[in-house]
Design a protein around this ligand. Structure first.
Ligand SMILES: CC(=O)N[C@H](C=O)[C@@H](O)[C@H](O)[C@H](O)COP(=O)(O)O
Length: 222
């Protein structure tokens, strides 16, 4: 459903971002589609429904729900998955680390999404172990999304995309590997594909003008 060697664009803006809101995210998705994206990633029922109304591209849906008691915030439970499926997500992405979550255990969550919603699961992983486990549990895509964003992997955050993890996952599992996280230059997609990535998801570098501006402003001598 996510085409081979494709670019997927993540269209997300948090509440503190001037571009927060479904109308902006739908416009962002249309711009990404016109530019050549073959899949989209989006957060929450409102944004997903707005994007679904303007695009037929596959939508990798998530629901970010922060809870101080638990580190897992990307689609932590079945109710979140159900809400984004109802809004039009074709693929359900979720945190596939083994960290504590407020909801059903990972094996049950993946099984329910597949069996009850009939949707493929996109496993956001931080490590090789996460990916191997998620593949064994029935995830349809294994992604490097959380490399750099768990205590165990946070040193990686200072570097670019986790190409070594893409390579290791591609060797270890037979489901498609999606590279996601910290892609800043178009050429980095070629490196990811050469390492075995099936597709690459890019967010900030395409859809967050505030961050893009900050990157330029750092060179403006102010
Ligand atoms: C760790 C986490 O919560 N990642 C999120 C997952 O949906 C998003 O905030 C990222 O923007 C997305 O993964 C794309 O990555 P990048 O913006 O680096 O291209």
């Amino acid at each position: 459903m996510i085409p081979h060697r494709s670019l997927a664009v993540s269209c997300q803006a948090r509440a503190d971002n001037p571009l927060h809101g479904p109308a902006f995210m739908a416009a962002m998705a249309q711009a990404a589609e016109q530019g050549g994206a073959l899949a989209l990633r989006a957060n929450g029922p409102a944004d997903i429904a707005a994007i679904r109304a303007v695009s037929r591209l596959p939508i990798i849906g998530i629901l970010k729900r922060w809870d101080d008691r638990f580190p897992v915030y990307i689609t932590p439970d079945f109710a979140s998955a159900e809400a984004i499926a109802a809004a039009g997500a074709d693929i359900i992405a979720l945190d596939a680390t083994d960290r504590p979550r407020d909801g059903e255990p990972l094996d049950r969550l993946i099984a329910r999404i597949r069996d009850e919603l009939g949707k493929p699961v996109f496993a956001d992983c931080a490590t090789l172990e996460d990916g191997v486990r998620a593949a064994a549990l029935g995830a349809s895509y294994i992604a490097t999304t959380l490399s750099g964003y768990t205590p165990e992997t946070e040193a990686r955050k200072a570097f670019g995309p986790d190409i070594a993890l893409i390579q290791a996952l591609a060797k270890a599992v037979s489901v498609p590997i999606v590279a996601e996280g910290r892609f800043e230059q178009p050429e980095q997609l070629e490196t990811a594909f050469a390492a075995g990535a099936h597709a690459v998801v890019v967010g900030t570098a395409i859809t967050n003008p505030r961050e893009i501006t900050r990157r330029f402003a750092r060179h403006a001598g102010v």
